[in-house]
Design a protein around this ligand. Structure first.
Ligand code: HEM
Length: 415
């Protein structure tokens, strides 16, 4: 990262630490105020890169074909981590990471084309009654013995809702969902290299068996469809099926959990907005966009690197530089959204980058929007008048991840 193109000002890289993870908005606001929407940084685990916190710059980088997500090449650029794929890794577990979010065209284009149809607004709209039913059942559970007591809204509501939805959609049987939460937490944030390798092997073995079951007898779900897909004669290989199932399961709930959790926290911290939404539930779809903009579930988008020198803002990013696009930062850029640091459920938040932008724009966005709308709508309809934070907001801790923006716990009381 030392090497710079002529004309690029020399700036000392800024160390991103746990303070950044606990309060990314403070630093990204400072950078934008100092007119440094493009800034060399060092990530908490030592990775150097360029942090992009301006909306226009972020949007441009996400759509720029000179940036690549090719996982093999990213692997070559990354500093060696001990035994990341050692010991427990199998051919199948290595295949898990070779999914479309880690690919460039034309491989990405082909795989994306095969799943797109399942997630259009029209396809997911028919899931609404079932999602409402799941939300209501979970809220029934809270209304019973837990009423009056402190509950972790993430554990009791925000987590089980999306995991149930994505497992039902893919066709993961109910009694086999037990390990998913810890698997997915290890994969996304907390895991050491050894833990990640162990969990990858367990997930690959589980998903491999699930896929073989659906090959033998299809069960009318998305995974069965993918196993039997035949698009102009095209078929998914075993490795492609494994990595697609893995990607959909992880991406399908790690983020939506935090849409629900972050939205609940935002509303509990802004009683006037909570009241406005309760008074007029027709505001809900727009409010979900505003929750995504105000404090979305993804902080820094997944890793990209430059394949050649790329101008960005006042800089020229050199070839082979990591580009860290802060979606949280971009979404609070005052040049794009007036009073960006204020939650306003009546504003038009369209144009936010919470789902990314360009060819990797979230394929699950219509499903996530629907889940967010149902989850927050049902929660407010049932407990809107009594829901409170159970402790001082300063005590809330955020997960130790630069990818996911989500709380460790969200203790609330319901009466
Ligand atoms: C991609 C956010 C829910 C599946 C992405 C990206 C973002 C994102 C930012 C692009 C990452 C990048 O370019 O580095 C979110 C948010 C969600 C959500 C904020 C919830 C509020 C879902 C759901 C599913 C899903 C429910 C699936 C059912 C995917 C997939 C990709 C993706 C498969 C990769 C797309 C590609 O590479 O073409 N998501 N997501 N996401 N998301 Fe989501």
């Amino acid at each position: 990262m030392e090497q710079r193109e002529p004309g690029t000002p020399t700036v000392e890289p800024l160390q991103l630490d746990q303070g950044f993870i606990q309060d990314p908005h403070r630093l990204t606001a400072l950078l934008r105020e100092q007119r440094e929407p493009v800034r060399p940084v060092i990530m908490p685990r030592g990775l150097p890169g360029w942090l992009i916190t301006g909306h226009a710059e972020a949007k441009a980088m996400l759509a720029d074909p000179r940036l690549s997500k090719n996982s093999a090449r990213i692997g070559e650029l990354l500093p060696r981590r001990p035994t990341a794929t050692g010991g427990a890794a199998t051919e199948d577990s290595r295949a898990l990471a070779e999914h479309m979010l880690n690919m460039d065209p034309p491989d990405h284009t082909r795989l994306r084309g095969l799943v797109n149809k399942a997630f259009t607004a029209k396809s997911v709209a028919r899931l609404r009654p079932r999602i409402e039913q799941i939300a209501d059942e979970l809220l029934d559970g809270l209304a019973g013995p837990a009423r009056g007591a402190e509950v972790d809204l993430l554990d009791a509501y925000a987590f089980p809702l999306p995991i149930t939805v994505i497992c039902e959609l893919l066709g993961v049987p109910e009694d086999e969902r037990g390990s998913f939460r810890s698997w997915s937490t290890t994969m996304v944030s907390a895991g050491s290299a050894e833990e990640v390798a162990k969990v990858s092997a367990e997930m690959a073995a589980y998903l491999g068996a699930l896929i073989e079951g659906k090959r033998a007898s299809p069960t009318g779900d998305l995974l069965s469809d993918l196993v039997h897909v035949s698009d102009g004669g095209d078929q998914l290989s075993r490795g492609e099926l494994l990595s697609m199932a893995f990607l959909l399961l992880i991406a399908g709930h790690e983020t939506t959990v935090n849409l629900i959790g972050n939205a609940a926290l935002a509303l509990l911290s802004a009683p006037d907005q909570l009241a406005a939404l309760r008074a007029d539930p027709a505001l809900l779809p727009g409010a979900v966009e505003e929750f995504l903009r105000f404090d979305g579930p993804v902080n820094i988008a997944t890793l990209r690197f430059t394949t050649e020198a790329v101008p960005c803002g006042d800089h020229v990013l050199p070839a082979n530089a990591f580009v860290l696009v802060s979606l949280l930062g971009a979404n609070r850029d005052e040049r794009r959204f007036a009073e960006a640091g204020r939650l306003d459920v009546t504003r038009s938040a369209s144009g936010h980058l919470a789902f990314g932008h360009g060819i990797h724009y979230c394929v699950g966005a219509p499903l996530a929007r629907l889940e967010g709308e149902v989850a927050i709508g049902r929660l407010l309809a049932r407990f809107g008048d009594t829901l409170r934070l159970a402790g001082p907001p300063e005590q809330l801790r955020w997960r130790r991840s630069t990818l996911i923006r989500g709380l460790e716990r969200l203790p609330v009381s319901l009466s």
